[in-house]
Design a binder for this molecule. Structure first.
Ligand code: SAM
Length: 213
Protein backbone atom coordinates (compact mmCIF):
# COMPACT_ATOMS: atom_id res chain seq x y z
CA UNK A 1 0.00 0.00 0.00
CA UNK A 2 1.19 3.54 -0.63
CA UNK A 3 0.56 6.41 1.82
CA UNK A 4 -2.62 7.40 -0.04
CA UNK A 5 -4.20 4.03 0.75
CA UNK A 6 -3.78 2.66 -2.78
CA UNK A 7 -2.01 -0.55 -3.78
CA UNK A 8 1.45 0.70 -4.80
CA UNK A 9 2.50 0.06 -8.39
CA UNK A 10 5.75 1.24 -9.94
CA UNK A 11 6.43 1.76 -13.63
CA UNK A 12 10.02 1.62 -14.82
CA UNK A 13 9.65 3.18 -18.26
CA UNK A 14 12.16 2.50 -21.05
CA UNK A 15 13.83 -0.32 -19.16
CA UNK A 16 14.70 -3.58 -20.85
CA UNK A 17 17.39 -4.69 -18.37
CA UNK A 18 14.92 -4.80 -15.44
CA UNK A 19 17.69 -3.71 -13.05
CA UNK A 20 15.47 -1.12 -11.31
CA UNK A 21 12.36 -3.30 -11.56
CA UNK A 22 14.14 -6.19 -9.82
CA UNK A 23 15.45 -3.88 -7.07
CA UNK A 24 11.83 -2.87 -6.25
CA UNK A 25 10.58 -6.48 -6.47
CA UNK A 26 13.32 -7.54 -4.03
CA UNK A 27 11.65 -5.22 -1.51
CA UNK A 28 8.21 -6.69 -2.19
CA UNK A 29 7.00 -3.72 -4.27
CA UNK A 30 5.02 -4.46 -7.43
CA UNK A 31 7.12 -2.95 -10.22
CA UNK A 32 6.91 -3.39 -13.99
CA UNK A 33 9.50 -2.63 -16.62
CA UNK A 34 8.20 -1.31 -19.95
CA UNK A 35 10.18 -1.08 -23.18
CA UNK A 36 9.61 -1.45 -26.90
CA UNK A 37 12.22 -4.24 -26.73
CA UNK A 38 11.96 -7.67 -25.09
CA UNK A 39 13.41 -7.66 -21.57
CA UNK A 40 16.85 -9.10 -20.91
CA UNK A 41 16.44 -9.25 -17.14
CA UNK A 42 14.95 -12.75 -16.95
CA UNK A 43 11.47 -11.79 -15.72
CA UNK A 44 9.10 -11.45 -18.69
CA UNK A 45 6.17 -11.73 -16.24
CA UNK A 46 7.16 -8.28 -14.90
CA UNK A 47 7.71 -6.77 -18.34
CA UNK A 48 5.32 -4.84 -20.58
CA UNK A 49 6.54 -4.83 -24.18
CA UNK A 50 5.23 -1.69 -25.83
CA UNK A 51 5.16 2.09 -25.66
CA UNK A 52 5.83 3.31 -22.12
CA UNK A 53 3.99 6.59 -22.76
CA UNK A 54 0.70 4.69 -22.94
CA UNK A 55 1.49 2.97 -19.63
CA UNK A 56 2.52 6.27 -18.04
CA UNK A 57 -0.86 7.82 -18.91
CA UNK A 58 -2.90 4.73 -17.92
CA UNK A 59 -3.59 5.89 -14.35
CA UNK A 60 -2.27 2.61 -12.88
CA UNK A 61 0.94 3.82 -11.24
CA UNK A 62 1.90 5.81 -8.12
CA UNK A 63 5.59 6.07 -8.98
CA UNK A 64 7.45 6.11 -12.29
CA UNK A 65 11.15 6.01 -13.01
CA UNK A 66 11.86 6.72 -16.67
CA UNK A 67 15.04 6.21 -18.69
CA UNK A 68 14.13 7.72 -22.08
CA UNK A 69 16.57 7.46 -25.02
CA UNK A 70 19.38 10.01 -24.82
CA UNK A 71 21.48 9.34 -27.94
CA UNK A 72 20.50 12.49 -29.84
CA UNK A 73 20.20 14.83 -26.83
CA UNK A 74 23.34 13.91 -24.91
CA UNK A 75 26.34 16.22 -24.66
CA UNK A 76 28.48 13.17 -25.41
CA UNK A 77 27.11 13.40 -28.97
CA UNK A 78 28.26 17.01 -29.49
CA UNK A 79 30.61 16.20 -32.31
CA UNK A 80 27.74 14.71 -34.33
CA UNK A 81 25.41 17.62 -33.57
CA UNK A 82 28.13 20.04 -34.72
CA UNK A 83 30.02 18.10 -37.45
CA UNK A 84 31.52 21.40 -38.60
CA UNK A 85 32.40 23.78 -35.76
CA UNK A 86 29.45 26.06 -34.99
CA UNK A 87 27.11 24.50 -37.60
CA UNK A 88 24.21 22.36 -36.40
CA UNK A 89 23.32 19.10 -38.15
CA UNK A 90 19.63 19.58 -39.07
CA UNK A 91 19.00 15.85 -39.13
CA UNK A 92 20.54 15.35 -35.70
CA UNK A 93 18.71 18.42 -34.32
CA UNK A 94 15.27 17.13 -35.43
CA UNK A 95 16.00 13.73 -33.89
CA UNK A 96 16.99 15.48 -30.65
CA UNK A 97 13.72 17.44 -30.64
CA UNK A 98 11.78 14.18 -31.14
CA UNK A 99 13.67 12.69 -28.18
CA UNK A 100 12.90 15.81 -26.11
CA UNK A 101 9.20 15.39 -26.87
CA UNK A 102 9.28 11.81 -25.50
CA UNK A 103 11.30 12.96 -22.47
CA UNK A 104 8.71 15.69 -21.68
CA UNK A 105 5.82 13.25 -22.07
CA UNK A 106 7.32 11.24 -19.21
CA UNK A 107 8.07 14.30 -17.07
CA UNK A 108 4.50 15.61 -17.57
CA UNK A 109 2.74 12.26 -17.02
CA UNK A 110 -0.22 12.24 -14.58
CA UNK A 111 1.71 10.34 -11.89
CA UNK A 112 2.32 11.76 -8.42
CA UNK A 113 5.94 10.65 -8.04
CA UNK A 114 8.25 10.85 -11.04
CA UNK A 115 11.98 10.52 -11.66
CA UNK A 116 13.36 10.89 -15.18
CA UNK A 117 17.00 9.97 -15.69
CA UNK A 118 19.35 11.07 -18.52
CA UNK A 119 22.98 12.08 -19.08
CA UNK A 120 24.00 15.73 -19.41
CA UNK A 121 22.07 17.13 -22.40
CA UNK A 122 23.28 19.51 -25.08
CA UNK A 123 22.19 23.11 -24.33
CA UNK A 124 20.62 23.47 -27.78
CA UNK A 125 18.00 20.81 -26.89
CA UNK A 126 16.62 23.04 -24.12
CA UNK A 127 15.60 20.43 -21.54
CA UNK A 128 14.22 21.81 -18.28
CA UNK A 129 16.69 22.29 -15.41
CA UNK A 130 17.44 19.00 -13.66
CA UNK A 131 16.88 18.42 -9.94
CA UNK A 132 20.03 16.49 -9.08
CA UNK A 133 23.32 15.08 -10.39
CA UNK A 134 24.38 11.60 -9.30
CA UNK A 135 27.43 9.42 -9.97
CA UNK A 136 27.87 5.63 -9.74
CA UNK A 137 30.80 6.18 -7.32
CA UNK A 138 28.32 7.58 -4.78
CA UNK A 139 26.48 4.25 -4.79
CA UNK A 140 29.27 1.72 -4.34
CA UNK A 141 30.70 1.50 -7.89
CA UNK A 142 34.25 2.35 -8.95
CA UNK A 143 33.07 4.43 -11.92
CA UNK A 144 32.10 7.96 -12.84
CA UNK A 145 29.22 8.54 -15.29
CA UNK A 146 27.50 11.87 -14.68
CA UNK A 147 23.78 11.20 -14.53
CA UNK A 148 21.01 13.77 -14.10
CA UNK A 149 17.65 13.28 -12.40
CA UNK A 150 14.51 15.34 -12.94
CA UNK A 151 12.28 14.77 -9.92
CA UNK A 152 8.60 15.45 -9.24
CA UNK A 153 7.21 14.81 -5.76
CA UNK A 154 10.32 12.82 -4.77
CA UNK A 155 13.22 13.75 -2.48
CA UNK A 156 16.77 13.80 -3.86
CA UNK A 157 18.46 10.41 -3.87
CA UNK A 158 20.96 10.14 -0.98
CA UNK A 159 24.35 8.55 -1.66
CA UNK A 160 24.77 5.10 -0.11
CA UNK A 161 28.49 4.27 -0.38
CA UNK A 162 31.08 6.71 -1.65
CA UNK A 163 34.05 5.16 -3.45
CA UNK A 164 36.96 7.58 -3.50
CA UNK A 165 38.97 6.01 -6.33
CA UNK A 166 37.06 5.76 -9.56
CA UNK A 167 37.54 5.85 -13.31
CA UNK A 168 35.31 6.97 -16.18
CA UNK A 169 32.83 4.32 -17.28
CA UNK A 170 32.78 5.51 -20.89
CA UNK A 171 35.30 7.29 -23.13
CA UNK A 172 34.66 11.01 -23.43
CA UNK A 173 33.92 10.88 -27.19
CA UNK A 174 35.78 14.11 -27.59
CA UNK A 175 38.99 12.74 -29.03
CA UNK A 176 40.40 11.56 -25.68
CA UNK A 177 41.73 8.38 -27.26
CA UNK A 178 43.68 10.34 -29.85
CA UNK A 179 45.00 12.58 -27.09
CA UNK A 180 46.33 9.48 -25.34
CA UNK A 181 43.59 8.85 -22.78
CA UNK A 182 45.36 6.64 -20.21
CA UNK A 183 42.54 4.40 -19.08
CA UNK A 184 41.75 1.46 -21.38
CA UNK A 185 37.99 1.13 -21.85
CA UNK A 186 36.35 -2.27 -21.98
CA UNK A 187 34.49 -2.53 -25.25
CA UNK A 188 30.77 -2.60 -24.40
CA UNK A 189 27.70 -2.17 -26.57
CA UNK A 190 25.47 0.90 -26.30
CA UNK A 191 22.76 -1.35 -24.83
CA UNK A 192 25.13 -2.63 -22.16
CA UNK A 193 26.43 0.85 -21.32
CA UNK A 194 22.93 2.26 -20.79
CA UNK A 195 21.94 -0.26 -18.09
CA UNK A 196 21.36 1.29 -14.67
CA UNK A 197 24.06 0.59 -12.05
CA UNK A 198 22.76 -1.82 -9.41
CA UNK A 199 23.82 0.44 -6.51
CA UNK A 200 21.75 3.29 -7.98
CA UNK A 201 18.77 0.98 -8.64
CA UNK A 202 18.87 -0.27 -5.03
CA UNK A 203 19.03 3.28 -3.70
CA UNK A 204 16.00 4.27 -5.83
CA UNK A 205 13.98 1.27 -4.68
CA UNK A 206 14.99 1.55 -1.01
CA UNK A 207 14.63 5.33 -0.62
CA UNK A 208 11.77 6.18 -2.99
CA UNK A 209 9.89 2.93 -2.33
CA UNK A 210 9.90 3.79 1.37
CA UNK A 211 9.01 7.45 0.73
CA UNK A 212 5.95 6.66 -1.40
CA UNK A 213 4.81 3.92 0.96
C1 SAM B 1 18.87 4.75 -22.75
S1 SAM B 1 18.04 3.21 -22.90
C2 SAM B 1 17.66 2.91 -21.20
C3 SAM B 1 18.00 1.51 -20.77
C4 SAM B 1 17.70 1.26 -19.31
N1 SAM B 1 18.53 2.07 -18.44
C5 SAM B 1 17.85 -0.21 -18.96
O1 SAM B 1 18.59 -0.50 -17.98
O2 SAM B 1 17.25 -1.05 -19.61
C6 SAM B 1 16.50 3.71 -23.60
C7 SAM B 1 15.49 2.59 -23.75
O3 SAM B 1 14.26 3.18 -24.19
C8 SAM B 1 13.58 2.24 -25.00
N2 SAM B 1 12.49 2.98 -25.70
C9 SAM B 1 12.57 3.88 -26.69
N3 SAM B 1 11.35 4.41 -26.98
C10 SAM B 1 10.47 3.83 -26.13
C11 SAM B 1 9.06 3.94 -25.91
N4 SAM B 1 8.29 4.79 -26.62
N5 SAM B 1 8.49 3.17 -24.97
C12 SAM B 1 9.26 2.31 -24.23
N6 SAM B 1 10.59 2.16 -24.38
C13 SAM B 1 11.19 2.91 -25.32
C14 SAM B 1 14.69 1.63 -25.84
O4 SAM B 1 14.31 0.40 -26.38
C15 SAM B 1 15.82 1.52 -24.80
O5 SAM B 1 15.82 0.27 -24.15
Amino acid sequence: MCKHGKEMKVLVACEESQVVTKAFRKLGIEAFSCDIQECSGGHPEWHIKGCAVEEAYSGKYELMIAHPPCTFMSKAGARWMYPVAGIVSRDRYFKAIEAKDLFLKFLDAPIKYIAVENPVPLKIVGLPIHSQVIQPYEYGHEFSKKTLLWLKGLPKLASTEIISEYKPYLPSNTGGKKRGQKYQFKSISQKESSKTFIGIAEAMAGQWGKYVK
